[in-house]
Design a protein around this ligand. Structure first.
Ligand code: ADP
Length: 390
């Protein structure tokens, strides 16, 4: 195993592209080891900045900014996929350890090449075809090559549901995004699951238990997440094995969050992956022996991976979103009320401005059973909201 020097006053310089909430929670985990993280982002008001020892102002999409930043660190990771991959390739060629590897990042950040990877390697996923634009999709419908319903996904920059269009009727064809797209069969979804895998450069691999997601109907964001998922042990083991197999096929170093559909026939399909800490793993801070953020750091530093087991019988996580009419300077409603509730943790990301449905924080609640945790989560729903100052 590659040895990392760790003296308490850690000399390894860990760089992170992006300083959002995932970076902030990474920095908080790193704090336990007194390991400072170094962030590159454009805005000094970003959530991670006050928790990172060092902040470099720059654009993670800009070649020169990423390259120059990379030259100042010993190991580089990301908290967002949409970064300049060309600069990462150059840095990797010059010997910088980068997790995930730039080629893997490049493949994943284009939903088209990601789906082609699944097809080529024989991983179960919904059937799909690639189209260059809206016109080509409409022509395929007209000529009978493609039939309704289907799901259109923008190949790149699709983020938090904004690049996804469910096309069910002929009228929906007017809403097609005019962009290079993946067009997938509409899956009859029984449950949406996620499994987080950690893998270090030595090849050690661990899986967290599957979680079950429920989605906000309007914003298309996860609003409620449950661990353990309400699935049979057999499906849980299958989901973990499939996700591990995928992380190995991709040669992931760091974390891989695997989003899966369990269809109405009981079949698991891979929807998409993210090679970094993920919203579906936030509960691990309170509910697991090792949080996903600590695990990501262990993995990228090639340290032994931590125990992924649950310390409590059940946990639920709720996103704190911007209210539907919120726009402007952030304020929170309901903090006192939620602080008074037992076994509930509040995480506020410190974003200075709020927008409708923007992820502003999250709540984790733990309990003695899945049923009890669902009841507690329902009590919490809508209690804490990010609003704008009047
Ligand atoms: P994003 O990258 O925006 O999170 P996803 O691929 O996760 O995009 O899609 C967002 C949501 O759209 C999914 O959580 C699911 O509810 C729905 N969805 C995506 N693909 C399909 C599909 N092939 N069939 C049915 N529903 C889908």
């Amino acid at each position: 195993m590659q040895e990392s020097s760790f003296s308490g006053k850690t000399s390894t310089r860990v760089g992170v592209l992006g300083a959002g909430q995932l970076g902030k929670m990474m920095a908080l985990a790193a704090g336990d080891w007194h390991l400072p993280l170094h962030f590159l982002d454009q805005d000094p008001d970003m959530p991670a900045v006050r928790f990172g020892a060092e902040f470099t102002r720059g654009n993670f999409n800009n070649y020169d900014d990423v390259y120059r930043f990379g030259k100042t660190v010993d190991v580089l990771t990301i908290e967002i996929e949409h970064v300049n991959v060309e600069a990462l390739k150059q840095l990797a060629a010059e010997g910088l350890p980068i997790h995930p590897a730039p080629e893997v990042l490049e493949m994943i950040k284009d939903k088209g090449t990601q789906k082609l990877f699944y097809r080529e390697k024989g991983f179960p996923t919904s059937s799909f075809e690639l189209y260059p634009d809206a016109k080509a999709i409409k022509t395929a419908v007209k000529t009978g090559l493609l039939s309704l319903p289907f799901v259109q996904k923008s190949r790149s920059e699709g983020y938090d549901g904004k690049g996804v269009q469910l096309v069910k009727t002929a009228e929906d064809l007017d809403k097609l995004m005019d962009t290079p797209s993946v067009v997938e069969d509409m899956v009859s979804i029984d449950k949406e699951l996620a499994v987080i895998i950690a893998r270090n450069p030595s090849g050690e691999i661990r899986s967290y238990q599957p979680v079950e997601m429920s989605f906000h109907p309007e914003a298309n964001l996860v609003e409620f997440l449950l661990c353990p998922a309400d699935i049979s042990e057999q499906i849980a083991l299958q989901a973990e094995a499939l996700s591990k197999h995928l992380a190995e096929a991709m040669q992931i170093t760091g974390l891989l969050a695997v989003e899966l559909f369990l269809d109405n026939e009981g079949k698991l399909l891979i929807n998409e992956v993210a090679p970094r800490p993920h919203n579906s793993g936030h509960h691990t801070i309170e509910s697991c022996h090792t949080s996903q953020f600590e695990q990501h750091l262990r993995a990228i530093l090639n340290w032994p991976l931590g125990d992924t087991g649950l310390k409590v019988p059940a946990a639920a996580m709720l996103n704190i979103l911007g209210a539907a009419d919120a726009l402007g300077e952030t304020s929170y409603r309901g903090v006192q009320e939620v602080l008074a509730m037992p076994a509930t943790a509040i995480h506020l990301y410190g974003k200075t401005s709020v927008k409708p449905y923007r992820k502003m924080g999250h709540l984790t609640v733990t309990a003695e059973s899945r049923e009890a945790v669902i009841a507690k989560a329902r009590l919490l729903e809508g209690k804490l909201e990010a609003i704008s100052k009047r």
